[in-house]
Design a binder for this molecule. Structure first.
Ligand code: CAA
Length: 286
């Protein structure tokens, strides 16, 4: 099946990045948010990212202008009904995701492919609320979407070979490298990343070192682009907490149990860079 029109549900950190790479890849994109305010914020995040791309010489202004023309925002999920592929990027909440898919399943023709950008929830479980289980897969992007080259393609229990092929062609057309994974919590990257991130918070809680020294040790000792606590602030402490909780529920393995400090930070609204403060302070001028 040839994909020409892409629908994206959610214009948060990940959704906005997905809209950007799809529009730059030549696809017509309709993106939905729950209200005008969130839609405006998401589209302005996307605009900032494209401008950064232009400033860094990664993106020609003419290509950015052409991409802008391919993007349409909406607060009505039904406006995604004419898409060939719909990528859902709403918060990591199974109940909410199922609601989205039930609504979409009713308004979309049977050939529309559904994909989730979930980091940790079951593709098979999401597909189970639809009548298109063979045309349902995981397409997992990484943050920042325009920069990170990887896409994890997740095969649900009932995903067809054709759907996987279409998903691979699509992700490759965006300039991404594809890895394929079965529907297992955390897939490949988060299976390995989440215990590492949680351990960095445990190290901080235990007073093993300062946050700066934990981050410096990993940046200089392992040549990672960011230390784990900076990365937690970057991905979102709330998002990482939800992913860890989902993985803990599935595996019942303490490697995925979020440390108390993380839960407290989520409850206190210290969600990282996007909220102005996490392990570090991102308020004006900092
Ligand atoms: N469009 C295109 N290119 C862009 C861009 C944009 N909007 N913004 C930046 N770039 C390019 C820059 O030109 C630069 O390219 P070169 O190396 O060729 O010069 C590169 O991206 C790096 O950008 P910057 O110099 O602005 O920034 P940096 O060097 O400080 O790197 C970073 C920023 C890319 C975020 C880097 O710190 C990094 O890779 N961090 C780790 C990110 C990571 O691990 N992400 C995965 C998180 S896990 C996840 O997402 C999955 C999950 O389920 C939780």
């Amino acid at each position: 099946m040839e994909i020409k029109r892409v629908g994206v549900v959610g214009c948060g950190l990940m959704g906005a990045g997905i809209v950007e790479v799809c529009a730059l890849g030549g696809y017509q994109v309709v993106v939905s948010e729950v209200d005008d305010d969130l839609l405006k914020r998401g589209l302005s995040r996307l605009e900032t990212s494209m401008q950064r791309g232009v400033q860094r010489g990664k993106l020609a202004e003419a290509d950015a202008a052409a991409a802008r023309k391919r993007i349409r925002g909406t607060t009505n999920l039904s406006d995604l009904a004419s898409s060939d592929l719909i990528i859902e990027a709403v918060v990591e909440n199974m109940h909410l995701k199922k609601e989205v898919y039930r609504t979409l399943d009713d308004v979309c023709p049977p050939e529309t492919i559904f994909a989730s950008n979930t980091s940790s929830l079951s593709i098979t479980e999401m597909a189970s609320v639809t009548k298109r289980r063979e045309r349902f897969l995981g397409i997992h992007f990484f943050n920042p979407v325009p920069v990170m080259k990887l896409v994890e393609l997740i095969r649900g229990l009932q995903t067809s070979e054709d759907t996987m092929k279409t998903g691979r062609r699509f992700a490759t057309s965006l300039g991404k490298t594809v890895v394929v994974c079965k529907d297992s919590p955390g897939f490949i990257v988060n299976l390995l990343l989440i215990p590492y991130l949680l351990d960095s918070v445990r190290a901080l809680e235990l007073g093993i070192a300062t946050k700066e020294d934990i981050d410096t040790a990993i940046v200089l000792g392992l040549a990672h682009p960011m230390g784990p606590l900076t990365l937690l602030d970057y991905v979102g402490i709330d998002t990482t907490y939800f992913i860890a909780e989902a993985m803990f529920q599935e595996f019942k393995d303490t490697r995925y149990a979020a440390p108390p400090l993380m839960k407290q930070m989520v409850l206190a609204g210290l969600h990282g860079r996007k909220s102005g403060r996490g392990f570090y302070d991102y308020s004006e001028g900092k």
